[in-house]
Design a binder for this molecule. Sequence first.
Ligand code: 5GP
Ligand code: ZN
Length: 113
Amino acid sequence: MECIFCEIAAKKLPARIIYEDEHAVAFEDINPKAPVHALVIPKKHISTNLDIGQNDNMLIGHLFQIANQIAKDNGIADRGFRLVMNCNADSGQTVFHIHLHILGGRFMSWPPG
Ligand code: 5GP
Ligand code: ZN
């Protein structure tokens, strides 16, 4: 295996896992950019959001449901938070296994850099 997020999902690499079910895992980002910074990933390897197929529609909705629950559990839902999925080089994507960033706990400017 050469995908670090597949390895985290398979417990071959350690991570601070905050949620897990049959289809998805969420864990704390190793280099947090906000007081709350977690990542939600599907256990299935999908390289970028461009590779999401029609059969993945339920799975992608599921990732958002998990992200919302994590935001609520961390007390950032009412103040606001940001969900980000970077795609390819110009966005800054560095790990090519899709992941939804959950960022919150501070004010975030717009537009992003
Ligand atoms: P991207 O730039 O691809 O949108 O985001 C990748 C994110 O994964 C970054 O925020 C980075 O800090 C995080 N990350 C990279 N490697 C690891 C790791 O091994 N463990 C954890 N928990 N996060 C990682
Ligand atoms: Zn992967």
